[in-house]
Write a protein that binds this ligand. Structure first.
Ligand code: ARG
Length: 525
């Protein structure tokens, strides 16, 4: 697929430029589709080549692109070479493009895009993702909901890329009476509480599981050891109030002071995080540990990582905080909400009402369940459309539009494509006539499918789900347009078969992407 094409282009370039193809592959990218004009399939940015080059004179990239293009030839794979703004553009042989992409989507199934050359040579890592982490004694609020869906996405993506992922829910249980009792009782208490809570319910729909539930109170004793260790390293300073601090700047700068012990000798949030991090390193020997919380805790994590560093734990640099912004204005009909059960109830009732206007809803076996899946998709897409760090204004109306860029639209598209397969059957033969898929609508879809690996790669680099979310929305718009023009009924069997293959590939990639984001695709709504 995409990578086979990239490799083939890279091989030709390598002969002309006298550079190994491996160095060129990442400079070749699939061209995003455009609504206005036909685009080439791949492009090489001359700028990125010059970065590899030791020649810093930086000649005009336009001229460079032209010169380079003149030296290249069309072959069995590349059917057209042109130049753009500092790029050399490649058009792939149309039938080859169609065949290769569709066959790859079918063959790789849920691994489509993940087997790409962009990920090859990626070492398998041990990754701990800590997310959700509500406070047991208090109610679960919207910030924890965000942590839950973002952390789940990061863990899904890392796992899909072949890493060994441990998911931890670190419960803030401090202050609960049973936190003072034995560990067995603590665990029992948590489980009981969790099972009956809407939180558990959320995890089951979203299909979220945790490998470890731990809590702040587990680290009471270990925190005392951390204090001793800090003291033995001469890092602990007692204040006149009787508390103990660590001065991270070394010069008394108040903004760099972290309190680690109360005057009664007990630990604080930061101390327990130090103990928890050390414990997890012992237990999991992680290569990376990711904490997902709201951006208000940025400084807290900076200080924790810095303290680990000065305590001599070099692995502190493997710890990473993924902060997210605040959701404003999430109100139900009954008023301002901050709590999970209200959000879940509101989603379900609003979605059921929306779905009542769709005629197939009547035939649904379990409309409540569907309403919830569609509603959660809506919530997740709303959350994943922007940068994680940005705050956003929540609006139920916007979230639930079935035609806009929403999760409802993704679910709707998925259900429609599913019913198309059900109605016409697909035969699931790998044989289809690629010559029947040459309309602009088909080509745009193929070009878009070609880019999936690059989008996954981007999200894996910056841990932002928005690349995938916007990719899936575009895919759904393309599918909607194609659905209108590329009819199946009344088309000759060969054409109908090829189109069904195309739609099936779209549904497969759509479902893969949705699942990565933590959405369960519905087959009917
Ligand atoms: N329970 C905390 C809160 O609700 C979040 C815990 C984040 N994780 C951590 N290791 N400190 O604010």
């Amino acid at each position: 697929m995409a990578c086979a094409f990239r490799r083939s282009i890279a091989c030709q370039l390598s002969r002309v430029l006298d550079l190994p193809p491996e160095n060129l592959i990442k400079s070749i990218s699939a061209v995003p589709i455009s609504r206005k004009e036909e685009v080439a399939d791949f492009q090489l940015s001359v700028d990125s080549l010059l970065e590899n080059n030791s020649d810093h004179s930086r000649p005009d990239t336009q001229v460079q692109a032209k010169r380079l293009a003149e030296k290249l030839k069309c072959d069995a794979v590349v059917s057209e070479i042109s130049t753009g703004q500092g790029t050399v553009n490649f058009k792939i042989n149309r039938e080859l493009l169609t065949k290769t992409v569709l066959q790859q989507v079918i063959k790789d199934g849920s691994k489509y895009g993940l087997k790409s050359e962009l990920f090859s040579g990626l070492p398998q890592k041990k990754i701990v993702v800590e997310f959700s982490s509500p406070n047991v004694a208090k109610k679960f609020h919207v910030g924890h909901l965000r942590s839950t869906i973002i952390g789940n996405f990061i863990a899904n993506l890392k796992e899909a890329l072949g890493h060994q992922v441990t998911r931890i829910n670190y419960l803030g249980d401090w202050g609960m009476q049973f936190g003072l009792l034995g560990t067995g009782f603590q665990l029992f208490g948590y489980e009981e509480k969790l099972q009956s809570s809407p939180l558990q319910h959320l995890f089951e729909r979203l299909g979220i599981h945790f490998d470890e539930y731990s809590g702040e109170s587990f680290y009471r004793e270990k925190s005392q050891e951390v204090l001793k260790l800090l003291d033995s390293k001469g890092l602990l300073q007692k204040t006149i109030q009787g508390t103990a601090i660590v001065d991270l700047s070394g010069n008394g700068d108040p903004s760099s002071i972290c309190t680690v012990m109360r005057s009664d000798g007990t630990s604080l949030y930061a101390t327990r995080d130090l103990a928890a991090a050390i414990d997890r390193m012992d237990k999991y020997n992680f290569d990376t540990m990711i904490y997902v919380t709201d951006k208000g805790q940025k400084k807290h994590f900076q200080q924790v990582f810095q303290m680990l560093q000065i305590m001599g734990y070099d692995w502190a640099e493997r710890c990473q905080h993924v902060p997210f912004g605040v959701v404003q204005g999430m109100k139900t009909r009954r008023g301002e909400v901050t709590f999970l059960e209200d959000v879940l109830n509101e989603i379900q009732s609003r979605m059921l009402q929306n779905m009542a206007s769709i005629k197939t809803t009547k035939e649904l076996e379990n409309p409540q369940e569907t309403a919830e899946k569609v509603g959660l998709a809506a919530l997740i897409i709303q959350d994943f459309k922007g940068l994680l760090l940005s705050d956003y204004q929540f609006s139920w109306d916007r979230v639930f539009q079935s035609r806009g860029d929403t999760g409802v639209f993704l679910q709707y598209t998925h259900a429609r494509l599913y019913s198309l397969e059900e109605t016409f059957g697909c035969g699931y033969l790998n044989e289809f006539n690629a010559a029947c898929l040459q309309e602009p609508q088909s080509v745009s879809i193929l070009q878009h499918l070609l880019r999936f690996d690059e989008v996954l790669y981007r999200s894996s680099q910056d841990l932002q789900p928005r690349h995938i979310a916007s990719y899936l929305l575009t895919l759904s718009h393309l599918a909607g347009m194609a659905h209108k023009t590329l009819h199946i009924k009344d088309s000759p069997p060969e054409v109908a078969g090829a189109r069904l293959h195309l739609f099936r590939a779209v549904r497969s990639v759509l479902a893969n992407g949705m699942k990565l984001l933590g959405i369960t695709p519905v087959c009917r709504m």
